[in-house]
Design a protein around this ligand. Sequence first.
Ligand SMILES: Nc1ncnc2c1ncn2[C@@H]1O[C@H](COP(=O)(O)OP(=O)(O)OP(=O)(O)O)[C@@H](O)[C@H]1O
Ligand SMILES: [Mg+2]
Length: 374
Amino acid sequence: MKFFNRVEEIKEILSILEEEPNLIYFIYGPINSGKTALINEIINNRLDKNKYVVFYIDLREIFISKYDEFEAKLRATKTFGFRLIIEVLFEEYEDDKKPIEIIRSLIKDAPSLCGIPTPKNTLEEILKKKTTKNVFKYITNILMDIKREGKQPIIIIDELQKIGDMKINGFLIYELFNYFVSLTKHKHLCHVFCLSSDSLFIERVYNEAMLKERVDYILVDDFDKETALKFIDFLSEEILNKKLSDEDKELIYSYVGGKPILIINVIGKLKHKNLKDVLNILLMDEISKLKDFLSNLDYIKPKVNIEEEIIEIRKEDIINALKLFKGKYEIEVDKIPKAVYVYLVKKNILFLYPQRGTLKPQSFLVWNAIKRVL
Ligand SMILES: Nc1ncnc2c1ncn2[C@@H]1O[C@H](COP(=O)(O)OP(=O)(O)OP(=O)(O)O)[C@@H](O)[C@H]1O
Ligand SMILES: [Mg+2]
């Protein structure tokens, strides 16, 4: 499907890329707002391929399989975390060529690479040394080679929180960020972008002293109303070969708001279904999910860890928190106890804007369900 809009975000990112690297950028926003689609649009269609070499590392693909295989105990070792970082960042090649030669031949066909190419056996050598210092030095050398060829390297890590999630790796992610600071703020060698929909992770980054003034944030939110209505026009012409009435457009927006994936879903179904039915089914589904969530609270006693303290949450606190959204889409964080909103964010019911200090439902659909159920 054709990419739609995001003019401002694209402009911002392209202008960052034109300057020399200075900060680490965190691209964040609610689930399915279009962060990955945006970055892919930039990589594939907006970048001058003669100027940039992009390493796009998608942790979603890498982790789901690997992470579960290991027992918690093993995961908690430094060696494991170290191995993981290596596996995430590098891509091994059978060729015995130098990395820069591999890169030269790869970028002829594709604008972006899925990892830092490493000749066979080199990875084992790096792993034997078991220090991040060697790994980072190895990467820096490759980045410098790229610079010498007159190109600007860019590292993009999608779903970065997957590393941050792992408690073990507290120190490891710290080292990685430190390295990114050196690549950007100190050496101005490589642009670094990290994508995440985990707003609690972004909040931790936001409050991390080591990163103060070394990072910046780009919010990729669901579309605002005006853009969402235009997106509906764009899709209905693409998919249905017709325009929808203003009433229908308003109705769609009132159910699903500006979340691209939901709008795509609705318009796609209009090929063979009636609009009101489509919207009602979506809402009923969301309502039943919310009801399940709430009734499960009678059996499980949810707990969250807030600054090393385990806090148990009561169902009535959750209900009271959700009720606050009945009349408002966005509210200040201090209206809800931290443990309660952390739990609701983890459950993907709420989204936190760390910079604004506010919370909102993950989508209009969730918001509508809250309004109906509570
Ligand atoms: N601007 C857009 N134009 C066309 N399609 C879009 C746009 N933004 C998002 N989409 C579509 O919406 C879906 C979700 O987008 P995407 O996966 O990029 O969201 P995300 O924010 O990366 O999600 P997650 O939070 O899971 O990482 C995709 O199918 C994508 O193609
Ligand atoms: Mg994504």
